[in-house]
Design a protein around this ligand. Structure first.
Ligand code: FAD
Ligand code: NAD
Length: 478
């Protein structure tokens, strides 16, 4: 006899991957329940991660007049005396709007949402705990674990939510600090460090490795670091945090090399761990790794138990809202027998630092490591008319190109609109295009997108003529 379940699909977590999975299954005509332990839907993405940090960034750029400072000087301010209340009011409005949009999307698609903490009792049954008591037990034919992550909080960091904070707590600052120490030069650390530096907060970054953002092309990082150091940010690279003391209300970071940094607040961003601790995984036969992450089949997102899927940050790399959304969609399609084409090979990274960085495909270092003969083409934003108009002194775009096939291997951008511009390169890369597309195509004028053409022409000027079977593109004046 076939067992019947309360829902075709139960999703645990309402972040990007859970949300997209739920909506996809509903569109396929399936009954869906989403269980969310927070009082509002949206996950880390909406409440403490992506949206709050990007809203803070946009507010800071607007209120400081950052984009105008290239013309009018560093002393120029769109608004004097920026307070934490100024930053918070825009944040609240944006978050309310996001939650409202999600509530409406769930209602429109007939998705049931229950607030409470989910825990497996067996591979198909889940209890939902609210206010410390089990309010309900539900069953699902298929289950998707989309519980995301929480900040890693090591024992040697005395988090107090006031002066020693993790990134989830950065949205509830009581006042603007005059100085900030950031431990960890990963994406989260660098985004917050540069956003606060744009507010003229004195910022120090401590990173155990010899470089920040070590997955990004080194030429881009060299340009980025030059800009950050030029505006007074301090970096302690190759330095590991040993301990933290709090003296006169100020945290003092004590480094393993003996250095000490005192500041108004300290932000610890040394990675995140999968939020699997409350799931009762034993009851369904799954086990997480030491960082709380689950292993899945990378094509279907099935765990070792065929009807249980896991998507989003809980499965680890790449841990992006963008990729989490797609994972949710693919898992839901697979769960209900829909075949979806495999995702295109290349997806972009957008780092919303000030200035922005975005990257897709192979870095110059990776081309070298793989012994692929390559050439690079570089354009500076100040070489474009749009750059002149906006008073841009900085910003660059770098193309990595195969010498043998002329195919585009990677695009790397630092500067204004990098996270938008990258999609032009992503399309060419995923369609297997060559760099002459940029030379032959007509772009809007004046735009920053012209940097693609300038970089392609720069590469063309360096590429030895008539290599292999490939004709070089027709010469064009730069
Ligand atoms: C500071 C910061 C900035 C970021 N910026 C970007 C960015 O600019 N671009 C980008 O692409 N990505 C960014 N990310 C990453 C992005 O936020 C994550 O990749 C994305 O949120 C992961 O989505 P998810 O579906 O895995 O779950 P999450 O968004 O983590 O949500 C998981 C949900 O599950 C719920 N949950 C957990 N356990 C249970 C349980 N037992 N029962 C019920 N509910 C449960 C949680 O309450 C939460 O609501 C950022 C992350 C951080 C921390
Ligand atoms: N724009 C975006 O796409 C975006 C933004 C924010 C976060 N995220 C995602 O969130 C995830 C987590 O980001 P994260 O920055 O917390 O983690 P991370 O793992 O990327 O970086 C942590 C950094 O901290 C350093 N570190 C750890 N312990 C240290 C110590 N004791 N002393 C000095 N340095 C130390 C590590 O060497 C590492 O460079 C990432 O995987 C990222 O994909 C994405």
């Amino acid at each position: 006899m076939t067992e019947t379940y309360d829902y075709d699909l139960v999703v645990i977590g309402s972040g990007p991957s859970g949300r997209r999975a739920g909506v996809q299954a509903a569109k396929l005509g399936r009954s869906v329940l989403i269980i969310e332990k927070n009082t509002r839907v949206g996950g880390v993405c909406v409440h403490t991660g992506t949206i709050p940090s990007k809203t803070l960034r946009e507010t800071v750029l607007n209120l400081t007049g950052w984009r105008e400072q290239a013309f009018y000087g560093r002393a120029y301010r769109a608004r004097k005396d920026i307070t934490i209340a100024d930053l918070n009011s825009r944040l609240r409005k944006t978050l309310d709007y996001e939650v409202d949009m999600l509530d409406h999307q769930f209602a429109r698609n007939g998705i049931a949402v229950v607030h409470g903490t989910a825990r497996f009792v067996d591979p198909h049954h889940i209890t939902i705990t609210m206010d410390k008591r089990v309010a309900r037990t539900v069953s699902g034919d298929r289950i998707i674990i989309a519980v995301g992550t929480h900040p890693h909080r090591p024992a040697n960091v005395p988090f107090d939510g006031t002066v020693v904070l993790d990134s989830d707590e950065m949205t509830s600052l009581a006042r603007l600090p005059r100085s900030l120490t950031v431990i960890g030069g990963g994406v989260i650390g660098i985004e917050y460090a540069t956003i606060f530096s744009a507010l003229d907060v004195q910022v120090s970054v401590v990173e155990a490795r010899d470089s920040i953002l070590d997955f990004v092309d080194r030429g881009i990082i060299a340009d980025f670091m030059h800009q950050l150091c030029d505006r007074g940010m301090r970096f302690r690279l190759g330095s590991r945090l040993d301990s933290i003391t709090v003296a006169d209300g100020q945290p003092v970071a004590v480094l393993a090399d003996g250095g000490q940094i005192r500041s108004d607040i300290l932000l610890y961003t040394g990675g995140r761990s999968g939020a699997t601790d409350q799931l009762g995984l034993d009851a369904c036969g799954l086990r997480a790794d030491s960082r709380g992450r689950l292993q899945v089949d990378p094509k279907t997102f099935q765990t070792g138990i065929a009807h249980i899927y896991a998507t989003g940050d809980v499965i680890g790399f790449p841990s992006l809202a963008s990729t989490s959304l797609e994972q949710g969609r693919i898992a839901a399609c697979h769960a209900f027998g829909q075949t979806v084409p495999p995702a295109p090979e290349f997806f972009p990274y957008g780092i919303y630092s000030v200035p922005e960085i975005s990257t897709v495909g192979m870095t110059e270092e990776q081309a070298k490591e793989k012994s692929i003969p390559y050439e690079c083409g570089i354009a500076r934003f100040r070489e474009t008319s749009r750059g002149h108009i906006a008073g841009m002194h900085s910003g660059m775009l770098k193309l990595v190109i195969s010498l043998e096939t002329h195919r585009l291997l990677g695009v790397h951008i630092v500067g204004e609109s990098a996270t938008e511009l990258i999609h032009i390169g992503q399309a060419v890369l995923n369609f297997g295009g060559t760099f002459d597309y940029f030379i032959d195509a007509t772009f809007n004028y004046p735009t920053l997108a012209e940097a693609y053409k300038i970089a392609a022409l720069d590469a063309w000027n360096r590429i030895p003529r008539r290599r292999g079977n490939v004709e070089p593109p027709s010469p064009v004046a730069t």
